[in-house]
Design a protein around this ligand. Structure first.
Ligand SMILES: [Zn+2]
Length: 388
């Protein structure tokens, strides 16, 4: 092992160029500190990609519109020596999707020193990127710019979009929603030719093993149809649930139930008041010497458990009353969320985010949609079972 490699394995930063977003520690040239001037740009790039779901191309456009110098230009502006390995045309100061990718995939932003990413190439100036498992990574050597979960989220999105969507200007609205019904893993975008319709395939089958799962190949148009159909039939189901709820809500039985709960709550509240008065009397008696301290203590214990018991009963009753009121008065908000899409003809990412949790793809091409707000649905069903 060369001594240079030894030092790299200790986590000393030996690179010629400091990664964008960091600068050399003035007190230790082998240590990195955040360059606040551009560290915020790194945070924005991750946020736009991982949270706002912009494509790498859109991010590059955005940064160029904002006149933010790209990493190469940043080095030049700071008077650092820099090499540029492409055509030396006037566009070198602009961000590109590949410079965005370079940032999104660099673990340096997690606080790790990452070296040996590139192999020297005899055909200079093109350096070759080594496979990730050959990089020399020493963890937690400087302050991170990005949280692990944001980094992971971006990584997952890069994998989902492995077939560079940004270059095709296509929005993959199903990213994050599709799962193989058999192995449960996320579906991968099928590496189609450019002019073909988007399609998906089980990621396990595509990337890991041909025996662990089957293809589950499906065209986007089939998913569209399946999801639209599922939304319609879900709305139909909700309409009939709502009809039953309304009937129960207006029925004598539920009105009697609410009246009975209110009466019970009233009587427990009176008992609680009485318990409080009893306690006051008890304290007075102790004060006047009518009651001995040990008798007082004993009665107090009985009192405490009596009061705790009453409070417990009261809170159960209030909860039940709340549930009934929710079902009768507020459940319409839950219904309305779905009714908004009653006449929907075309799906968008926002629609999916609003009402869809997961979409399972079956080998036979069946599209199974799990909707959000499952708990609301279960609450409604158990309410119907109880009061019908
Ligand atoms: Zn599978």
């Amino acid at each position: 092992m060369s001594s240079r490699e030894e030092l790299q394995k200790k986590g000393l930063f030996l690179g010629t160029y400091v990664p964008y977003g960091y600068k050399r520690d003035p007190d230790d040239k082998y240590h990195l500190v955040i360059d606040e001037e551009v560290g915020t740009v790194v945070r924005s790039i991750f946020r736009w990609y991982a949270k706002d779901e912009l494509s790498m191309r859109e991010i590059a456009y955005k940064l160029n519109d904002l006149n933010i110098p790209c990493p190469t230009e940043q080095k030049r502006l700071r008077g650092e020596a820099y090499s540029y390995s492409g055509d030396k045309d006037k566009h070198i100061y602009l961000w590109s999707p590949s410079s965005i990718r370079g940032i999104l995939t660099n673990p340096v932003y997690l606080g790790h020193v990452v070296q040996g990413r590139y192999k020297k190439n005899p055909e200079f100036p093109h350096k070759k990127l080594r496979p990730e498992d050959e990089w020399i990574i020493v963890k937690n050597k400087h302050t991170p710019i990005i949280d692990q979960d944001v980094f992971d989220f971006a990584k997952k999105r890069l994998e989902d979009n492995a077939y560079d969507l940004s270059s095709r200007n296509i929005i993959n609205i199903y990213a994050g929603f599709l799962r193989c019904a058999d192995c449960g893993y996320a579906m991968a975008l099928y590496p189609n030719k450019e002019d073909r319709e988007l399609a998906y395939i089980c990621r396990t089958y595509l990337e890991k093993s041909k025996t662990a799962c089957t293809r589950h190949y499906i065209l986007e148009s089939i998913i569209n149809d399946g999801v639209l159909r599922a939304i319609r039939s879900h709305i139909n189901a909700l309409l009939s649930i709502e009809g039953i709820i309304k009937e129960i809500g207006g029925s004598q039985k539920i009105q009697n139930k609410i009246r009975r709960i209110n009466t019970e709550i009233g009587s427990y509240e009176k008992m609680l008041e009485q318990a409080f008065l009893d306690r006051v009397t008890l304290i007075k008696d102790l004060y006047n010497g009518k009651t001995q301290k040990d008798v007082y203590d004993q009665r107090n214990i009985v009192h405490d458990s009596h009061i705790a018991d009453l409070n417990c009963k009261l809170s159960a009753l209030r909860q039940e009353r709340e549930l009934i009121c929710y079902i009768v008065d507020a459940a319409y908000l839950y219904f309305q969320r779905f009714y908004n899409y009653d006449a929907i003809a075309k799906l968008s990412k926002n629609v999916l985010l609003d009402i869809v949790d997961t979409i399972f793809i079956h080998e036979d091409g069946n599209v199974e949609v799990i909707f959000s707000y499952k708990e609301d649905n279960e609450k409604l069903i158990s309410f119907i079972e109880r009061f019908l």
